[in-house]
Each structure stands twice: as C-alpha cells, then as structure tokens.
Design a protein around this ligand. Sequence first.
Ligand code: ASP
Length: 487
Amino acid sequence: MATNNTDTNGKKGKVLMIYTGGTIGMLPKEEGNPLSPLVPANWGKLKKFAPVLEYLPLDVALQEMKLIDSSDMNPDYWINIARVIRDNYEKFDGFVILHGTDTMTYTATALSFLLENLNKPVIITGSQLSIGQPRSDAVQNLVTSLTLAAAKSFNLPLIPEVCICFNNVILRGNRTRKVSSSGYSGFDTPNYPKLGKAGEHIKIDTKVIRKPSTEGFFANENLEKNVMLFDIFPGISPEILNSVFGIEGLKGVVFRTYGAGNAPTNEDFLKEIEKAINKKNLAIVNITQCNQGMVEMGLYDASATLSRLGVISGVDMTPEAALVKMMFLLGQGYDIGTVKDQMQKNLRGEQSVNVFNFVYEDGKADKVYKAPTKQLPAGFDKNMIVSVNIRIDEAILPKEVKQEEIELAVFMNYPGADENTDTSIPQCLGVLKGIYNGEPVNLILGCSERFKQVINPDRPIQIAIIAKNEHTVRWEGAFISVYTSVE
Ligand code: ASP
C-alpha cells in the first residue's frame, strides 16, 4: 500500500542533481579488483545501479563537479556549489547534492550561510555503501532526496532549507553531526528536532522548518579561511595556546571547552586568552565538547572569567556550525565587534537562542554605582526573552576586611535608586550575594521575570548597582546576558 508521495499533481518536478563524489559514487580504483581503494566514478558508470531514476516522475538534470573524496572538500568548492545553485536557481524546483559523508555536515552548514534568502529545498545526501554494492543505502537516500527536492510536485511541504537526508531522516544541515562512520544512521541533530521522517509516507514537521524568505535570493561568495577549531584538554599548557594564537594571519578560533563552557582557571592560561583577544584581536567563540546541550558562560566560575575576557558564547552550535559561521562572518568583511555580535545571533537556524550581552567595565560602589546607559538593539522584542542573568565578577572588599557577605542590589531604569531604596520594588532586578573571605567572588543571579517587567524597548537600559555593605565594594566587570528565542 505504498502510493503516497509517488503521485505527482500532474506537474513534473525539476531537480538539479549536483554530484561531487563521495562513497555513494565510488568504485574500486582498479577495475576487477574489489580490494583496491575506492575512488569516485563518473555518473555515467553509476546510473545503471539506480534504474529507478528512469521511472521517477521527475526531470532530473545532472551537474557533475570535480569528483572528490569529501575529505578534500574546501571553502572554494563550497563557493562553487553555491554558484551552481545560484546560476540554476530559477530553472529548478530544488537541488540534490551527492556528497561524501565525511564532511557533509560542513558543506551543509556552509551552504546554509552562503545561500541567502533561500526558498527552495537543497538536499544533501550520500551513502555508507557505494551505489554499486548489493546492500547499499544509496538508492533509497537518493530517491527520498529527489522527492524532497521536488516537494511541490509530490504535494509535500516544501523545506526552504539546506538539509541532509540520510537513512530516512530529514535534518537541518547546519545542526547535523556525523555520528557513525559506518552505520546507516550516519547523521543526527543532537540539539534540534528532525525536520521529517520517511517511511511508507514522508512526514515533514512543518512546525520546526524555517519559513520561506520573501527577500531576493543570492549567493554569498566570500569565506575567511584563517580560522581554526581547537579542543582544550586537562593539562593543556599556556605554551600551546600561545603558539596556536600566534599563528600568522589567524582571525578566529572556535574553542571547544568542557560541559557548559568551562575551562582551566589558572592565570597563565587566562593570560594567553586575554592576549589573544586584546592584542591579536582574535574572535574566540566558546562551544562545548559535549554532543548535546549548550554553553552557559558564568554558570560556573570556570567560565565566568572567559566571558569577562571577551570570549563569546556559541550557545548550542555544533563545532562545524561555529567554525563555518565564523568563516562566513569574517568573510563578509565585518569589523571584529560585528563578527562577535553576529556570532551570538541566530542567522540560519543554527542555534536555539540569541544572546545579547550588555557589558559594563569594572566599577566600584561606595554606596551607589550608576552604570553608563546601553542602547537596546533595534527590533528587540521583550516577549522573546527566554532568560536573563546578571553577573558581577571578582567582587572584593577593602584589604582590612577579613570575612563579610557582599550584597549588591541591581536596579534598572530607576534613576533615583540609592542605598535606602526598597529592593522589593519591581525596578530592583535582585540582590546578588556572596561571602568574601579575602578572595574575589563572582556573583550571578537569574532575573528574567523582573527584567521583562521593567524593560522598555523604547528606552535605553540604565543600571544602578547599590552596595548594601558598610565598606566600598569593587568589581572587575558587570554583565547582563539576555537570551531570546529565535523564532
Ligand atoms: N570518504 C568518503 C567521503 O567522505 C566517505 C563517505 O562518503 O561515506 O567522501
């Protein structure tokens, strides 16, 4: 009873199949010697293994690129694929890219950034066994991908995104990770739901796909290659950081840290990071080594300092997404401030929240500290706020004080606040407390509800920090981090 999704509505869909190589199209290098290494073959030699393509109610055109093992994929190649799509955009309903699985995730991510205002499906697929092998997954992956690319003519919801379709799941490309080197379920999106599933019927979850763009489509053509992905590990030496950050021409680093974004706290390590940001002007983005979950800088002391030094949060981006997004933003020629700001905003569905950081320099509260006002970004919508944290880093009391509780009340948009102002009024975002015993203390407080109540999108943010202590309180930095939902 398998009729659904093979019936067209009378209109034959048009798909451009862009073939780049990869296992899907590989044959043994020496004909007749199945043990010789696999290399990509021309489509002409492969099509006999997929006779079903002849019977699909589709017009499939082929664009054969330079055939490679995807281990040789690179940014120039991504730009070439984007150009092919741009040049053929109006002629086809959708695009299927046949690609090796090894770097498929990177390519999917890169295309998601390069193809601006996409409103047609771009489906990337490949296989774990080459198309000529009896148990190959190639034909199934290919036919489902072609069907998705011609969604309209199969009465399926159109996915205006760059996707990976593999082993009957449809995934947002820039959220994917290759999770198995040989299993048929080779890809997953650990931080995002599947866009759809293919069984007897193809089912698309229209709630989680992106909305089609109403702006004109175009292809970006610049990517900055001087970036790197770097894992920290226990025992990492400052010398290693020093030589990594010292690489000539390096512009940005995706820093893979532990858990919720934590890293060693020793001074030498942190000094190297500070130098890289302040002297070398590098953009450093913090993402987690965990497969699932997100960076929450400031949740632990072990990440609070990174954030104060100017490391930016990659929230729940995959390593591939963070790296390629950095290539993309640096490639646009933006200044470093804009790159850092945009890295923390969702651009193509690659991250689950936007981060807005309001950063205040060091300060001191004899009693009352009035921070400089900060503008809210245009279009800021308070209804999208998911959570808000206030952090005050490295708070100290005068030397002579041995042990005492530090208490700092934070007021927003209440110019008259002083030490006598009642902390139960709505304009008080909360009171940060910590025990000072001679060592600097980091203070953090969640204040989403109060913040939402007080924020006025038409007015800048004005903060007052009031010390409830007898003595002067000093600190190294104060931050308000606002997380907003992306859709
Ligand atoms: N090495 C191959 C490639 O990425 C692996 C594959 O396609 O599965 O091109």
